[in-house]
Design a protein around this ligand. Structure first.
Ligand code: AHR
Length: 862
């Protein structure tokens, strides 16, 4: 922090000198975009005194970035046009790509702090290129013209606006309406096209400062522990005195550590949801994975050993939400329909498995099914026969016992009759699910989550919650009730959601592990990177449908908390939970693009919940980063509406955590509280090592100090299946049979198992004065009133030990028996586990913080 202050002092000094000694009154500003990186590098600036010699401000440095469409192909900023309105506000408009009939608009007062972007649709048929703006003094409005290719012809069109929010209908324009105000200038020897304006020098000065500061932050972010050998060469063992300030205690949140479960990386189907049959309802569709694989369809994971191909039908299904089912034509008894599971079906010797299927005999066929679990060599591990099926859909069930264990079984269904038979919702569950729940969760994974002692579980996402376009918004009502009535959907992470793990199962899991449920529903807008429906872009549920959408959210509260005699409470009771779930928190939105569209819908939902259910704590959203437009405007909206909590997200490299330790110290305590809903330390290559774990720990120590304003946190994402990972890093990796706990998992676990509700400030007096060294040693002391214990957490992110004297004399007398837990290792190590040992504490307590370690000392009062 001191270093930051020093930097700002130097920067201020340098600029003061520059500004006042010989700065011009005004200069020319050139704004442009290059074609590099397919036009995705954003808006650039250059300045000139004489309009001939141009100085690029950090050439290719982006002062504005397009938010339009999906990552990868979109987010392009083409042919920008910068313009200052009559009130002095700057506006940039630009073309988005070569196809859409929209242009982009954003405005700013300082040329680098931009308000939310909008993308007015001005062409129904035709694209928008080279847009430009002129003020029309007589009409007192702004005329926007552009070129458009319609039916192979290039034409000019125009619209007008007074506020850049509402536009008059588009009409064809003439050459006279165009100004062709763009110029070509040379920057670093390269010709660039853009607009030139004369501006007071302070604007250029501000842009240069902004650029310099960004560069400085970039340098800070690049700091790595892996560079310590050079950075700290010659550093030897340090000593420290760590003292507690018993006077200035403060109450802190006792909800600090939770988990964020998102169905990403096969976290649900094929993961936590214990179903062993893949594509059990024959509902996979090529659209799930954007038509990238023609074999990803209703037959995925299934095969038939008979001579005739099995077919998929949709006439008279078990339930309209489960449209597809399989029809087999059995020519000879012995022909089998087989399912390969999710990379094989794992079986444990002696364990029981619950099988079920919906069956309907066609054209008079009827009889029983032989059900077997076999390996690819035909070895049979379990077998059983169902009751008979007839002419109507009937659910048949049986229990299979595995004689031996294997990782790679297949499920076989062998009708014991010839003719045609329809099958749907073929299911196989281990009986040993977590807490032995039917339709339950994989026990080892659920236990690993429970072991973190999370105080809450946020679900079902993430991007999954707001979906890939309007039709993909996660609707909780589609995920409750009998499995055959649930409505499967495409998973935004490019696979399939069976919805077998639905809202009932999430709430039940929370109850089973003593965590508060924190469902997140979309704020009436889909993912800012939506890719379905043309080029995507946020859009929003039409306002005429918003009342129903708001009602769905109110119904969720009734479903969770209503009496069993209410309409929705009854549904919960029918599912096996007559008592209310006691929902307290509800997330509205997920790092959405903060636009007018968002604000209108969020406000509607927020006000409705506030009015009807003031007992619910609503959590708002402030974009995907720790700075920028969404963060700034999201906070403004949340503060204006007095939203109780806002959900912040940021994924940062080690250097950010090392150099932003005062991030929450700066937060205004009178504004909404923070739920840090997604964060992680990201390395190039996205591995989790001792380095990332220690940066997480350091951050959480700083958060704990600020847990009067940060109420909740959750690392993201939680689960990832080997071979099916869309996002790295994740806290827990798993295969069908094993789980792999990362160093970062253990940090979460240590914080989760050692929470406090009172913070006691500590002071570290280190034998080194170098701020680079000092910022690497941190402590936090909390008291947990439930157990009465005090917990001291210590992080050492240095390559040397720190011998600490910890005279905790400001605290009441404590027992000498304490527990010490230490997580340490080489900074590049990926496999470490904490060691737990008894230790002794007294008034003259000494502890040596190992190099690169995180230690937790838990002690009791006398
Ligand atoms: O945690 C993975 C993703 O990161 C979440 O779905 C999204 O909210 C964020 O961008």
């Amino acid at each position: 922090m001191k270093q930051t202050i020093l930097f700002f002092a130097l920067l201020a000094f340098a600029f003061t000198q520059h500004t006042f000694a010989d700065a011009p009154d005004s200069a020319y500003l050139f704004s442009y975009a290059t074609v590099k990186n397919n036009g995705k590098n954003g808006l650039h600036y250059a300045w000139s005194i004489d309009r001939k010699n141009w100085n690029g401000i950090g050439p290719e440095f982006r002062f504005l970035f397009s938010d339009f469409g999906t990552w990868g192909s979109q987010k392009r900023l083409l042919t920008p046009f910068l313009f200052q309105d009559q009130q002095g506000t700057w506006h940039a408009i630009w073309s988005l790509n070569e196809q859409v009939g929209q242009f982009a608009h954003a405005q700013t007062s300082d040329l680098y702090t931009w308000d939310p972007q909008s993308y007015p649709e001005v062409m129904i048929d035709g694209n928008v290129t080279m847009p430009e703006v002129t003020y029309q003094p007589n009409a007192k409005n702004y005329r926007i013209t552009w070129l458009s290719q319609t039916n192979g012809l290039q034409k000019i069109f125009k619209t007008t606006t007074t506020d850049f929010k509402k536009y008059t209908p588009t009409v064809e324009a003439s050459e006279n309406d165009r100004m062709y105000a763009r110029e070509e200038v040379l920057i670093d020897g390269e010709k660039q096209t853009g607009t030139v304006t004369k501006v007071p020098w302070q604007f250029i000065d501000g842009l240069i400062r902004f650029y310099e500061l960004s560069k400085y932050h970039e340098k800070q972010r690049a700091e790595r522990l892996t560079d310590d050998a050079g950075r700290f060469a010659g550093l030897t063992e340090l000593t420290a005195e760590i003292t507690a300030d018993g006077e200035n205690r403060k109450a802190i949140s006792n909800m600090l550590i939770g988990v964020f479960f998102e169905d990403i990386n096969y976290a649900a189907d094929g993961g936590l949801y214990a179903e062993l049959v893949q594509n059990r309802g024959f509902e996979y569709t090529p659209a799930d994975i954007k038509f990238r694989d023609k074999n990803w369809n209703s037959k995925k994971a299934w095969s038939f050993t008979g001579n005739q191909e099995f077919v998929i039908d949709t006439v008279a299904p078990v339930h309209p939400h489960q449209k597809h089912y399989a029809v087999l034509t059995i020519a000879k008894i012995g022909e089998a329909l087989q399912n390969e599971g999710f990379d094989g079906i794992p079986l444990k010797a002696g364990d029981k498995y619950h099988f079920s299927v919906f069956v309907r005999g066609l054209d008079g066929a009827k009889g029983k099914l032989l059900v077997r679990l076999v390996d690819p060599n035909g070895k049979v591990y379990a077998a059983g026969t169902t009751p008979s099926a007839g002419a109507h859909w009937k659910k048949l069930e049986l229990v299979l016992t595995a004689k031996e264990g294997t990782d790679n079984a297949q499920l076989q269904l062998i009708p014991q009759f010839t003719g045609k038979v329809a099958l749907d919702l073929v299911s196989l569950f281990p009986q040993k699910t977590f807490k032995e729940r039917r339709n339950g969760l994989r026990a080892d994974l659920a236990q690993a989550i429970a072991d973190m002692h999370p105080r809450f579980v946020r679900f079902p996402g993430g991007c999954l919650a707001h979906g890939d376009g309007l039709h993909n918004i996660y609707r909780w009502k589609n995920t409750i009730g009998p499995l055959e009535s649930r409505k499967p959907d495409r998973n935004i992470w490019n696979y399939h959601q069976s919805m077998g793990l639905g809202y009932f199962e999430y709430f039940q899991f929370c109850e089973d592990i003593g965590a508060e449920p924190l469902p997140v529903v979309a704020a009436g807008v889909p993912c800012q990177n939506s890719s379905t429906g043309g080029y995507g872009q946020q859009g929003g549920i039409p306002m005429c449908e918003m009342d129903q959408y708001v009602q769905d959210i109110l119904d969720l509260i009734e479903w969770a908390n209503g009496d069993k005699n209410t309409y929705w409470g009854k549904k919960r009771a029918e599912a096996g939970h007559p008592e209310p779930f006691n929902l307290k928190y509800l997330g509205i939105g997920n790092e959405d693009l903060i636009t007018d569209i968002f604000e209108e819908r969020f406000t509607l939902i927020f006000n409705a919940i506030k009015e009807k259910h003031p007992e619910i704590t609503v959590i708002g959203t402030v974009g995907p980063f720790s700075e920028g437009t969404d963060y700034r405007v999201g906070w403004e909206i949340a503060s204006k509406l007095q939203v109780p909590l806002v959900d912040e997200h940021y994924y940062q490299p080690p250097g950010w955590y090392l150099n932003n330790q005062d991030f929450y110290d700066r937060y205004d305590r009178s504004k909404p509280k923070v739920y840090l809903g997604e964060y992680a330390t990201h390395l190039p290559g996205r591995k989790l090592t001792v380095e990332t774990a220690l940066c997480d720990a350091l951050h959480l120590l700083n958060v704990e100090r600020n847990a009067d304003v940060v109420s909740m946190t959750s690392y993201a994402p939680l689960l990832a299946k080997h071979g099916h990972t869309q996002w790295n890093p994740d806290l827990i990796y798993f295969s069908n049979t094993d789980i792999f706990l990362t160093p970062d998992y253990y940090v979460q676990q240590l914080f989760g198992q050692n929470p406090g509700d009172e913070y006691i400030p500590t002071r570290i007096k280190l034998s080194a004065n170098d701020p680079e060294v000092r910022k690497r040693v941190a402590s936090s002391l909390v008291r947990d009133h439930k157990t009465g214990d005090y917990i001291l957490k210590l992080a050492n992110l240095l390559p040397v030990d720190v011998r600490a004297n910890i005279p905790l004399t400001a605290l009441p007398e404590f027992k000498k028996e304490a527990t010490l837990t230490v997580l340490k290792g080489g900074i590049e190590e990926e496999k470490v586990t904490p060691t737990v040992s008894p230790t002794e504490v007294n008034a003259d307590f000494r502890y040596q913080l190992p190099a690169y370690s995180f230690s937790v000392i838990r002690f009791k009062l006398n």
